[in-house]
Design a protein around this ligand. Structure first.
Ligand code: RM4
Ligand code: MN
Ligand code: MN
Length: 424
């Protein structure tokens, strides 16, 4: 299915008056609205190929119908999102779930939808039918050299696919760890992992980045070999400048202060990128901002402050990705909601009165500092996000337009009700 510009225009026409009124009010509340809108127009969030279908839990999976059956259909789905919000201009592929066959054709299709290829993801947390060795006891950490070699070769293969598609980064998430005390020699597991990562790092092109994701638990529940940001930092620091840490919001122990982690990693030039999602208990992979919008805002507050302090380009210098899984929602609607929540948090962070905050901090004026942050968080910036969309030819209300065009119904018509996208 293709959404036409005429669909967007007539949708916007209907909502324009109300939107303009809101925008005038917002501009009366926030000083630098023009600069914020421009930054929002430039900001893009990559969509993970594995979040385009309904995800399962270990108890079951309830497919929603019309799920993409191929990498081409996944690109088409992201194209729909990007057409609706002009903020999802990239797709992040996961190998071997998305092995590209015809690079040229896939690149042409992506270009047709104005999409780029964001970070490539490797998978050494599942055994493939074709693989000789099992990852049951880990991949890059494995006590068996042959297993490590297989996992290294897979990562290098992923880099090669990425080079063909014009991607510039590899995200490694390892399920490696142990389930029981005594199972693993932590130091040896670390050492094996480091040596494996070094081999992968050596295969990176000069203009590539390697993002090392951490996760406190699952699928291993006693130890994880890259369990937290300190451990990831220790690896990426040894690897070199091209290696950085990736923060997935759902990968922390409960109540971790993620905004502080982000601030310090940025300071050390070791923050590579994000996997946005939200969670209550663990790696829940719920819609970004669905539960803790204030935390999302605080994270962006540190990001804006830290990126500006380093003179970084907000849109380009970090990897912005979603990593979510939808058990009961339409994945495309869910992704639209995630992008919207991220944009809102970013806009709120951009609206923080930095000078006043700095002054309050210098004067230990705790009350004032809180006032400044909460004022930014409580000011409704949705009209700015909508205006950014309007100016770039996207929809004022993407979810509403998605529904009124019956996109899901159309996709079911094209692909069938019982299709299952690759993923977890
Ligand atoms: C993991 C992790 C990775 C993702 C897989 C599917 O929990 O978040 O980023 O590749 O899930
Ligand atoms: Mn992730
Ligand atoms: Mn995860």
């Amino acid at each position: 299915m293709i959404i036409g510009s005429n669909n967007i225009e007539s949708h916007n026409e209907g909502l324009l008056k109300k939107h303009q009124n809101k925008l005038v009010f917002t501009a009366s509340e926030i000083d630098n609205t023009e600069a914020i809108i421009q930054k929002l127009i430039d900001f893009q969030i990559a969509i993970p190929s594995w979040a385009l279908g309904t995800g399962g839990t270990r108890f079951g999976r309830f497919a929603g119908g019309g799920e993409p059956r191929s990498i081409e259909e996944k690109i088409e789905d992201v194209g729909l999102l990007h057409k609706l919000n002009n903020a999802s201009g990239a797709i992040s592929l996961h190998i071997p779930w998305d092995i590209p066959q015809d690079y040229k054709a896939i690149k042409a299709l992506a270009a047709q939808h104005n999409l780029k290829f964001d970070a490539m993801n490797s998978n050494t947390f599942q055994d493939q039918a074709s693989s000789e060795h099992t990852y049951k006891y880990g991949s890059l950490q494995n006590v068996n050299k042959a297993v490590r070699k297989q996992a290294i070769a897979h990562n290098i293969e992923v880099i090669k696919h990425g080079i063909e598609l014009g991607s510039q980064s590899l995200t490694i998430w390892l399920a490696d760890g142990s389930n029981f005390p005594g199972q693993l020699n932590f130091r040896k597991a670390y050492q094996n992992t480091l040596e494996s990562l070094e081999e992968i790092y050596d295969a990176l092109p000069a203009d590539w980045k390697l993002f090392l994701e951490y996760k406190c638990a699952e699928p291993n529940f006693y130890s994880t070999t890259v369990a937290d940001w300190g451990q990831s930092y220790s690896y990426v620091k040894k690897l070199g400048d091209k290696a950085q840490t990736l923060v997935d919001l759902g990968h922390h122990l409960p109540n971790a202060n993620i905004e502080q982690i982000v601030s310090l990693l940025l300071m050390e030039n070791k923050l590579g990128g994000f996997h946005f999602n939200d969670s209550k208990y663990g790696d829940d992979d719920l819609t970004a901002g669905a539960l803790k919008p204030f935390q999302l805002f605080l994270i962006f507050n540190e990001l804006v402050e830290g990126m500006d302090a380093r003179g970084m380009n907000h849109a380009k210098d970090l990897g912005w990705m979603i990593d979510a899984s939808h058990n009961i929602k339409d994945p495309l609607e869910d992704l639209l909601q995630s992008v919207e929540a991220i944009m809102i948090a970013y806009a709120q962070a951009l609206s923080v009165d930095r000078k006043a905050l700095e002054k309050a901090q210098e004067e230990n004026d705790v009350v004032k500092a809180q006032e400044i942050l909460q004022n930014a968080f409580r000011t409704d910036v949705r009209a700015l996000v909508a205006e950014a969309r309007l100016r770039s030819g996207a929809a004022l209300n993407p979810v509403e337009l998605y529904r009124s065009l019956s996109v899901r119904k159309n996709l079911i018509g094209e692909r069938g009700l019982k299709t299952l996208a690759t993923g977890l």
